[in-house]
Design a protein around this ligand. Structure first.
Ligand SMILES: Cc1cc2nc3c(=O)[nH]c(=O)nc-3n(C[C@H](O)[C@H](O)[C@H](O)COP(=O)(O)O)c2cc1C
Length: 350
């Protein structure tokens, strides 16, 4: 590979990806909802926190290993569900999932993936579900995911309708859009992102209870920003929640997940896994979230920029670089394992 992606900062990587992607794909990946306040706020929330390292702590060989819902991970990191990755690079989800598996990280396959569920391998993969109007199709997607080896189903609940994304709207074309999981279902148009129009806008708690009963694997609820919703999810059988505002793509003024993480962790009180995504770009972001109580984080756009610039090798380099940086940062923090992290991050202003 000609491009040395691992030496780039996330900002350089984003710029490099923008140079190689067609405008419509660049804006699909980058865009946030409305005035993009939430998109910027996700990044700003991490920068408001400071790290308070412990010295002389013998953390020269730290171990960031994590276990999340039975998945043993080299670090508390999964690739977030993101649809249509073949728009970003021809290898799409095969590249991102392959890189994650190689590094011992988790991978969440989107309902709207551009590679079929059955073609994704790797030990720590989960399936993201949108609840569709056709319950038979929804149940069949879950069955196929579980049969294919997905160990959890991630129900996305913050997209009853699609957010208004000005950048995306401006350049969007339908050319080349093809969702790979819908071939068996003639009622859904796989060519034009057609499943999106069949996402159920009236999704409710009874649907979560149905999924928990149906799935046969742990169910994680993605898109929770209020502690009482996290508690309700647990009461309806969820094994985990993802504190998320969908990377700022849905509600343009949504609170940053990091700013509500501690309240969700307190409310859940160890009864379920708590994950976070939105604005995670650096090792310090990963460790900040874990220090504040997250079991793991999901990486969104960073993985797609790496995919755009360097295919699977690029994703391996960027996520491998993140892993190395997590170790380095743990040494600098005086944390030998993730259990040493709580207390090392400030509240804003401390
Ligand atoms: C291009 C793109 C497509 C996405 N597609 C989905 C999806 O199909 N389902 C879903 O639950 N989240 C989706 N997301 C949201 C991500 O799972 C994740 O919440 C978000 O990207 C995290 O923020 P970050 O990009 O700042 O890391 C998508 C995000 C992007 C950037």
């Amino acid at each position: 590979m000609a491009v040395k992606v691992e030496v780039r900062t996330p900002e350089e990587l984003e710029r490099a990806a923008a140079r190689v992607l067609p405008a419509a794909v660049r804006d699909f990946v980058a865009g946030g909802a409305d005035d993009e306040v939430a998109l910027a706020g996700n990044l700003a929330a991490f920068r408001r926190r400071t790290l308070h390292p412990r010295v002389l702590a013998g953390a020269d060989d730290p171990d960031p290993a994590a276990e999340v819902l039975g998945a043993r991970l080299a670090a508390p990191v999964l690739v977030a569900p993101m649809g249509m990755q073949r728009l970003v690079h021809a290898d799409g989800e095969l590249a991102t999932s392959g890189a994650a598996a190689e590094l011992g990280l988790g991978f969440v396959l989107a309902t709207g993936s551009s590679v079929p569920i059955e073609e994704i391998a790797g030990p720590a993969r989960w399936f993201q579900l949108y609840l569709l109007a056709d319950r038979t199709v929804t149940a069949d997607l879950v069955r196929r995911a579980v049969d294919a080896g997905c160990r959890a189903v991630v129900l996305t609940v913050d997209a009853p309708v699609v957010g208004n994304r000005p950048r995306d709207n401006r350049t969007r074309t339908s050319g080349g859009w093809r969702n790979a999981n819908f071939d068996p279902y003639p009622s859904i148009d796989a060519e034009h992102h057609g499943y999106v129009s069949t996402i159920r806008p009236d999704i409710g708690w009874a649907d979560l209870a149905w999924l928990v009963e149906t799935a046969g694997v742990p169910v994680v609820v993605k898109g929770v920003l209020r502690p009482e919703d996290a508690v309700r999810a647990v009461e309806h059988g969820a094994a985990g929640v993802v504190v998320s505002n969908h990377g700022g793509r849905q509600l343009g003024r949504a609170v940053a997940p990091l700013d509500v993480l501690e309240s969700v962790v307190d409310a859940v009180a160890g009864r379920a896994a708590v994950l976070l995504d939105g604005g995670v770009r650096r090792a310090a972001d990963v460790l900040t979230a874990v220090a504040l109580g997250a079991d793991a984080v999901l990486i969104g756009r960073l993985a797609l920029w790496a995919l755009a610039v360097g295919a699977r090798e690029g994703v391996t380099a960027v996520l491998g670089g993140l892993l190395a940086d997590i170790r380095r940062t743990m040494t600098l923090l005086g944390a030998r394992t993730l259990a040493d992290l709580p207390g090392l991050v400030s509240s804003p202003g401390r």
